[in-house]
Structures are given as structure tokens and as C-alpha cells.
Design a protein around this ligand. Structure first.
Ligand code: FES
Length: 115
């Protein structure tokens, strides 16, 4: 992506929150944006995802969960949550907020517009 594209991206409320190397492989970090805490996940394929850091079951921080494929398993009661949509998978029902992420080289850009 060129610098001119980055400028146009930034005007659409994209915020640079760090680089891919700030997020552990198959792990997560969280950032505070306004009144929300956003969990930033990196899966084994180096794909980056952003979800509100709040389990749809009990509200605990899912950034403490186990990342596998395109999902995270909550450490409290083992609900499996899609990193792409924030939806609980399997028999469980619920959803946490999912936010768009894009990469500019190794830089992670986050938008607080909902997916
Ligand atoms: S709080 Fe996450 S599965 Fe119960």
C-alpha cells in the first residue's frame, strides 16, 4: 500500500494500533479505544482479527483465550468464538463485536466501524 493510500485510509477512521510482531503468534493483545477494550488476535497463519475483549457468555476477556484456526476458545467455560464474526460456534449462542482490520505492510490498522 502506498503512502497516498494510507492517507485516504486514515481519513476513514482507521487507526494504527501497532505491528504484527506486537501480537504473539496464536495469541492476543488488547487495546483500549474509547469505552471499549479491543482484543487483537494473530492466528497461526499470521492473520489478524479484532473483537471486543468480552466473551459473549460471561463477559470475561477473550484475549486470554486459546487461538486455533480462525477461532478463540474462552478460558472460563470453553466457548469457541469465531475470530471472523465474533459469533459463538457450535451449540452455544451469542456474539461479541467484531471490528474491521487491515494491514499496511506489517502495520495493523483498526476501524471501530462494526463489521
Ligand atoms: S465466560 Fe467465556 S465461556 Fe463462559
Amino acid at each position: 500500500m502506498s503512502d497516498s493510500n494510507t492517507t485516504s485510509v486514515m481519513t476513514e477512521n482507521w487507526v494504527q494500533i501497532g505491528t504484527v510482531n506486537d501480537i504473539p503468534l496464536r495469541g492476543a493483545r488488547h487495546v483500549h479505544m474509547g469505552d471499549k477494550t479491543i482484543a487483537i488476535f494473530r492466528n497461526a497463519d499470521n492473520k489478524i482479527f479484532a473483537l471486543e475483549d468480552k466473551c459473549p457468555h460471561g463477559g470475561c476477556p477473550i484475549s486470554n483465550g486459546i487461538v486455533h484456526d480462525n477461532s478463540v476458545t474462552c478460558p472460563i467455560h470453553n466457548w469457541v468464538i469465531s475470530l471472523e464474526t465474533g459469533e459463538a460456534l457450535g451449540a452455544d449462542e451469542g456474539q461479541t463485536l467484531a471490528f474491521p482490520v487491515q494491514m499496511n505492510g506489517d502495520k495493523i490498522l483498526l476501524s471501530l466501524s462494526l463489521k
